[in-house]
Design a protein around this ligand. Structure first.
Ligand SMILES: Cc1ncc(COP(=O)(O)O)c(C=O)c1O
Length: 457
């Protein structure tokens, strides 16, 4: 039986934030300076608003293996890995060699190359739901195209998405990604809350929002909208609010309910594909969705996206029905990178190595949290994991409102100043690459323990 968690003293958290922010600024003046300059030519000084985080974004000069160096020359062990896009780590020598060769043979044809076929075959081999696949250039494109295909296949307009789940930045899915307490509505019947201005006001009529881990609510929503919904799209494990895992049986229920209502089930595996297991979510949970979307780590760090499923659904992609287009789709750099990464670098041993270190890191965190009765819990799956600043396991997005954001900020700064780089923004998780080492994990745990010691002194 665990003891009661301690209460963190907000004064100590504030002291850490003030001190560590000052230290961060001292260590990274060139990042600060170029960010100030960047604000003139780039809104918020960055190219993706995710990158604009306090106190200012670190600008990066180079990376290699599991390490990354900022513009001031500070070295970090990289647990950010481009929001989990680099299970392969940085500049893997096999990949560098292959891409160098490919660059010499041309970087873009906008005509098919054989690697597209070989990579498609590898995708079908790895990911159970895939009989056919189409490539695109990002996770956003993958979910956008999969949803259009689902609408065409089922012949309905509406979709259901899960509150707190993120599927990229196209209009349909930029709904209730992180709605505020005031706007979110009842927990079992959430409002559809646009995440950005500029989304046409009628989009929310076609995007219905359901709570995660609540099969009953989904059943009710699909009954109320019988005959209107084409697809339910969700991350099987929510990964843009830390990590929230499915309750026992939830994914199976999702499958049964969607099937009963004639609705396609789409798993967004942009983050989970290859990182949670070599074959993604469906290797871990006995549930087969109709379509899956992939991106990030399947491309070895090159821009890539993919969506695939049964031939019976995918065959709607033709000149008369669903158009799927893109100048850069199936480009030789990304295809070669994906192919080499999945078939040559991601051996079973490489997967086992990354997932083993991630498990070790998770267990190390749990040990420290329990030793000091910290009001935190750890969620870990495959090569990914995170500490959630909340004692009870988070079951759905509403738990996100209890997360102590100031404490999360103190944690991020404290770790960064000691050479541990996490994704900025507190909503992400660590990714362990196949190039991380035991020393990387040991150092990380040492720094985390120092942080906890400061908080509990
Ligand atoms: C689950 C999920 N789906 C889709 C996307 C969008 O991918 P991209 O940023 O490549 O457009 C992301 C990005 O973080 C994601 O985490």
């Amino acid at each position: 039986m665990l003891r009661e968690p301690i209460t963190i003293n907000p004064k100590i958290v504030e002291e850490i934030v003030v001190r560590e922010e000052a230290e961060f600024r001292k260590r990274t003046p060139r990042s600060h300076e170029i960010h100030e300059r960047a604000k003139t030519s780039l809104p918020m000084g960055v190219s993706s608003s995710f990158q604009a985080v306090p106190p200012y974004p670190l600008f990066i000069s180079r990376a290699e293996g599991s390490h990354i160096w900022d513009y001031d020359g500070n070295e970090y062990t990289d647990f950010h890995l481009a929001f989990g896009s680099l299970l392969v780590g940085h500049s893997h020598p096999v990949l560098v060699e292959a891409l160098r060769e490919q660059l010499g043979n041309g970087s873009l044809y906008s005509l098919p190359c054989p690697e597209t076929v070989f990579l498609a075959e590898e995708m079908a081999r790895r990911f159970a739901p895939i009989e056919q696949v189409r490539f695109c250039n990002s996770g956003t494109e993958a979910t956008m195209d999969a949803l259009r295909l689902a609408r065409a296949h089922v012949g309905r307009d509406k979709i259901v998405k899960i509150e707190g789940s993120y599927h990229g930045h196209h209009d349909t899915v930029m709904m209730s990604t992180k709605p505020s307490v005031d706007a979110a509505g009842p927990a079992d019947r959430p409002n559809s809350v646009p995440a950005s201005k500029g989304i046409p006001s009628n989009v929310k009529n076609n995007t219905i929002v359901a709570p995660y881990n609540d099969a009953e609510a989904l059943e009710r929503i699909l009954t109320e909208h019988e005959g209107e919904v084409a697809a339910v799209i969700t991350e099987a494990v929510l990964m843009n609010v830390g990590i929230m895992l499915p309750d026992e049986g939830y994914l199976k229920n999702l499958r049964e309910i969607t099937r009963r209502h004639g609705v396609l089930l789409i798993f967004d595996e942009v983050k989970t594909g290859v990182t949670v297991a070599p074959g993604g979510i469906t290797e871990l949970y006995p549930v087969e969705p109709d379509l899956i979307c992939l991106a990030k780590s399947i491309g070895g760090g090159m821009p890539i996206g993919a969506f695939g499923g049964r031939e019976e659904v995918m065959r709607h992609i033709n000149h008369e029905e669903v158009l799927h287009l893109g100048t850069f789709n199936g480009n030789p750099m990304s295809m070669r990178a994906g192919l080499v990464t999945l078939t040559q670098i991601f051996t079973p041993e490489a997967h086992t190595h990354a997932m083993g270190l991630s498990k070790q890191l998770g267990e190390g965190y749990v040990g420290i949290i329990e030793e000091y009765d910290m009001p935190m819990h750890v969620a870990q799956i495959g090569a990914k994991g995170c500490a959630m600043f909340r004692y009870e396991r988070a079951r759905n997005y509403r738990a996100w409102w209890d997360i102590d954001m100031h404490l999360s900020y103190a944690y991020w700064l404290f770790l960064a100043n000691r050479g541990i780089l996490f994704p900025p923004g507190f909503d992400d998780q660590w990714t362990i690459s196949i190039q991380h080492t035991q020393a990387d994990i040991d150092h990380h745990l040492h720094v985390f323990q120092q942080f906890v010691l400061e908080l509990t002194k």
